[in-house]
Design a protein. Structure first.
Length: 183
């Protein structure tokens, strides 16, 4: 059966409407901003959309210091646990709180250095949400001097993750840490 031009246009319009409705439905499904990648052992959640469906959540305060240290630098979580990191920058320099596996942290650091070599601080190229960073393999937040931000992460697998401030020069100066995720 061949379609006439008006039939084809009506069919195409209906198909586009159906596809648009499907996209809207998927976009409204839940609090997840980005799943860290199939290989990443965590999921970053959007603080603005986290609801009761996330379950119990523990809050952990982390201070970012101009002495190029995190306080605390050693953190613990349990597999399946959701943690709200309340990240406060007590210094006068911008900092980041980035969680990831070693290879993802190295990739992100290279991106930061490249941005910095282009005349940027390396820090402002992504804003505060990091949702599209490093092929979704890091969970991260940028925190301007004297400010505070939240990062909500669900730990999906046991293991050890790195934490770093990847503003160029900061991790090299010792602004690193570790999260041990117990089974």
């Amino acid at each position: 059966m061949t379609r006439t031009e008006p039939q084809y246009n009506a069919y195409r319009s209906w198909s586009l409407s159906l596809a648009s409705a499907a996209c809207i439905a998927v976009a409204s499904l839940g609090p997840q901003v980005h799943a860290a990648s199939p290989a990443a052992p965590f999921t970053q959640l959007d603080p603005a959309r986290v609801g009761a469906d996330v379950g119990a959540m523990r809050s952990v305060a982390v201070e970012l210091q101009d002495s190029m240290r995190f306080n605390p630098s050693e953190l613990r979580a349990k597999r399946g646990e959701t943690v709200r990191f309340v990240v406060r920058n007590s210094g006068k320099l911008p900092h980041e709180f980035v969680i990831g596996q070693a290879t993802a942290l190295k990739e992100h650091a290279a991106q930061m250095r490249q941005a910095a070599s282009g005349g940027h601080s390396g820090h402002e190229h992504h804003g505060n949400d990091h949702a599209s960073h490093t092929a979704n393999t890091v969970a991260a937040v940028s925190v301007p001097a004297g400010q505070q931000a939240e990062l909500i992460v669900r730990f999906d697998a046991a293991g050890t993750l790195g934490v770093a401030c990847l503003v160029p020069g900061h991790s090299e100066a010792g602004m690193t840490g570790r999260i041990t995720v117990a089974p």
